[in-house]
Design a protein around this ligand. Structure first.
Ligand code: ATP
Ligand code: MG
Length: 427
């Protein structure tokens, strides 16, 4: 398709979407494709106001098309309002028929507002529910997250303190994605089950199955715990709240208990979302230094908060992560309905990881050999090896990479690795 043809379709799609959204109160923000929704987002009210008005400026902001009217002015169903440079749809039926006769089916299937219209008015075979499923929900948008954060921050000091304790990301800003990670079969299955649980949340509520949605990721540093949690946020379209227990354990231990309460309250406000608690063992680790029982109170608060939150009721998926499972007592273990193991990758996984991280790099590589050379290495180690090899090549003014570069990097890395291990032994 020609560039200008697809730009014409962009503009007509916007005009139709606006018209249909404006005229059907039962449609909501999730019926709008993200680029359109983001442009018309009212961050104060956290919604898209009706009517959506299509101006040349809006067309430019949504699609980066500066002089939209020029492109579509010969179409028989549009008019231009010089004042405000507004583009109007004059005859909906005609516009809809014209649009359906273009190469537009894939657009209609992805645009719930259009699917809503065509499934009622035309013989086109589209499913409105299906279109809603494939369209990104508003919770994916950074605009949604930011306006929600602004609203909470506006409520006063207490609320602001609450926001300082966590890092919040919108799913669309999450860089990790599941297809870039190499997972064990157990991890794949667990991810799949959580996806289903969220999809069937209403059903789970009906049958009163609440023991779901609290996962504990256990494994050595650099095995992908944080990455999988983040990737889930993207996969599920849920905002990601990250908190480190060391961060909320303030010097004034009395505050810790309060802070824990604040974090969980925030997660409930932001729902649906993922609450990721890293360094889950931190509280247990500091327990030895506990003179006044303050840590014990904090632990109890943490456990109680975990009990009180639920994926089915509150829409909060809780993920804890720890490197030190031995430090957790049974009371903590019991709170999680699923323990997911993050083992050191075996040779098969290491080969796959190498394949993924080398995918965009020019050169031919024997990934099997590299995998065999990197016993005991984590995914994170393999990335560091790649980093070394790439930097070394750049140092020699090369943007391609050879097997030799990588093997060198592996052997340098092994030396460092041994150094690290011997340091541990001396402690
Ligand atoms: N199985 C894997 N597949 C692909 N990449 C991986 C894998 N495991 C780790 N990595 C990469 O290693 C890096 C570090 O991983 P991550 O931060 O998720 O580890 P972690 O388990 O959270 O570590 P820590 O316990 O130190 O917090 C990331 O860039 C990630 O992409
Ligand atoms: Mg981590």
């Amino acid at each position: 398709m020609e560039d200008s043809e697809s730009q014409i379709l962009d503009i007509v799609e916007l005009l139709l979407t606006a018209h249909i959204y404006n005229g059907n109160d039962q449609l909501d923000e999730d019926d709008l494709p993200p680029p359109i929704r983001k442009n018309y987002w009212n961050s104060k009210e956290r919604k898209v106001d009706r009517p959506i008005i299509v101006s040349e400026k809006a067309v430019d902001r949504v699609f980066g098309i500066p002089h939209g009217w020029n492109l579509i002015k010969t179409l028989p169903f549009v008019s231009f309002d010089e004042f405000g440079a507004r583009i109007n749809l004059t005859v909906l039926d005609l516009a809809a028929k014209w649009f359906a006769n273009q190469d537009s089916l894939s657009r209609i299937k992805r645009n719930p507002a259009l699917a809503f219209y065509y499934s009622r008015h035309d013989s086109i075979d589209v499913d409105y529910e299906r279109a809603r499923q494939v369209n990104w929900p508003k919770e994916m948008d950074r605009e949604w997250i930011h306006s929600l954060i602004d609203e909470i921050a506006g409520e006063g000091e207490e609320a602001e303190d609450m926001l300082k304790l966590v890092t919040i990301s919108a799913p669309e800003d999450v860089r990790e994605s599941l297809n870039k990670l190499v997972l064990t079969q157990e991890q794949i299955d667990e991810v799949e089950k959580i996806v289903k649980a969220i999809q069937y949340r209403d059903y789970l509520k009906k049958i009163e199955l609440f023991e779901i949605g609290k996962l504990l990721f256990v494994g050595p540093p650099g095995t992908g715990k944080t990455s999988v949690a983040r990737a889930l946020s993207k996969e599920l379209g849920l905002p990601f709240l990250e908190v480190r227990l060391s961060m909320i354990t303030s010097q004034y231990l009395g505050e810790t208990t309060k802070n824990i309460g604040k974090v969980f309250a925030l997660a409930k406000r932001l729902n649906p979302c993922i609450l990721f608690i890293d360094e889950f063992d931190y509280v247990a680790k500091t327990r030895l230094a506990d003179e006044h029982g303050a840590i014990k109170r904090a632990v109890n608060m943490l456990l109680k908060s975990i009990d009180d939150i639920s994926l089915v009721d509150d829409g909060v998926l809780l993920i804890g992560a720890t490197n030190h499972p031995k430090l957790l007592d049974s009371a903590a273990w019991r709170r999680f309905d699923k323990i997911v193991n993050f083992p050191l990758p075996d040779a098969v996984m290491r080969k796959e990881i190498f394949e993924k991280i080398l995918a965009r790099i020019t050169g031919t590589f024997d990934t099997q050999k590299l995998a065999d050379m990197t016993d005991q290495c984590t995914g994170s180690d393999l990335r560091l090896i790649l980093r070394e090899a790439v930097l070394q090549a750049l140092f020699e003014e090369r943007t391609d990479l050879s097997q030799h570069d990588l093997e060198e990097a592996v052997s340098n890395f092994s030396k460092r690795f041994e150094l690290k291990m011997s340091e541990y032994e001396n402690i």
